[in-house]
Design a protein around this ligand. Structure first.
Ligand code: ZN
Ligand code: ZN
Length: 278
């Protein structure tokens, strides 16, 4: 870039200077960090799709949404913060994840080395490759379903990776991690918390169902079999509603005298430990 007056900025693509057009605003991307003015970005992406960075001879290709407004005055600060955000979100272990403090310190040192490598461009390729291997091995890669062969083969590799819980980091990049403790499989949820479903009030026997007890006409009744109930279920449901919670017992109901009735109800209630309902 040619020498500019203090505080002046120039778009490297259209050579517009900030001193000449004060409304000039710049956009940057997270790859080559070239600062290009907004109108150049709009012009390049007018037809949509991906385009190479408008900076002379820069070969990086981007979608338009890769270009964003610069947050920090200093481009180096901007760049470092982005690199840190990216690496920290990948290598996101806490001290609790490690067997001891020493292992955690080693991890922090490794992470800092990665940040510096990417920031200064030393071994940047090897560093990116290691990060990608780590992401792949630990299932952190989100595969866009673009249908390309490359993405398909990647998806396949990730999905066939079997997780060995003895090695918390499958890629071997981070050492000294605690083993992952897989919790025991919980029994299925029981909303009744162990309360027996068994019904004390009545029993429907298969004999009873088969005998000519007058049920036959109800078996064809749509009112009883609607909504997927089978007849036995409908019968059970209506018997439960009729008898549950009322302290009504069929034998008692059948007795002839009222006096007998009263004593039997009391006896039955005591027998099952209920308060006298009457
Ligand atoms: Zn421009
Ligand atoms: Zn560029």
């Amino acid at each position: 870039m040619e020498a500019l007056a203090d505080g002046d900025e120039q778009c490297p693509a259209c050579l517009t200077r900030k001193s000449a057009s004060p409304n000039l605003r710049f956009k940057i991307n997270n790859k080559c960090y070239h600062r290009i003015c907004e109108s150049c970005i709009d012009r390049v992406y007018a037809s949509g799709g991906q385009h190479t960075c408008p900076y002379p001879h820069c070969k990086n290709t981007f979608w338009k949404n890769a270009w964003r407004t610069q947050t920090f005055e200093d481009l180096n600060v901007e760049k470092e913060i982005n690199i840190r955000r990216d690496i920290y979100s990948t290598l996101n272990k806490d001290e609790d994840d490690f067997i001891n403090k020493r292992a955690y310190d080693d991890f922090l040192e490794l992470r800092e080395m990665f940040v510096m490598n990417l920031l200064l461009g030393t071994e940047a390729q090897a560093t990116r490759r290691k990060l990608n291997e780590y992401k792949e091995a630990n299932g952190l890669v989100r595969h866009k379903d673009d249908g390309s062969a490359a993405s398909k083969s990647k998806t396949k590799r990730t999905s066939t990776t079997t997780v060995d819980h003895n090695y918390p980091d499958q890629s071997g990049l981070i050492e000294g991690l605690k083993k992952i403790v897989v919790p025991d499989v919980l029994p299925p949820y029981d909303p009744l918390e162990g309360m027996p479903i068994h019904k004390d009030y009545f029993t429907i026997t298969d004999d009873g169902m088969d005998m000519d007890t007058g049920y036959e006409q109800y078996k064809k009744d749509d009112m009883l079999t609607v909504e997927g109930y089978d007849f036995r279920e409908a019968l059970e449901e209506s018997l439960t509603r009729a008898f549950a919670g009322l302290g009504v017992f069929v034998q008692v109901e059948k007795s002839n005298t009222l006096a007998d009735h009263a004593t039997k109800v009391a006896a039955a209630a005591t027998a099952v430990g209920l308060d006298d309902p009457f």
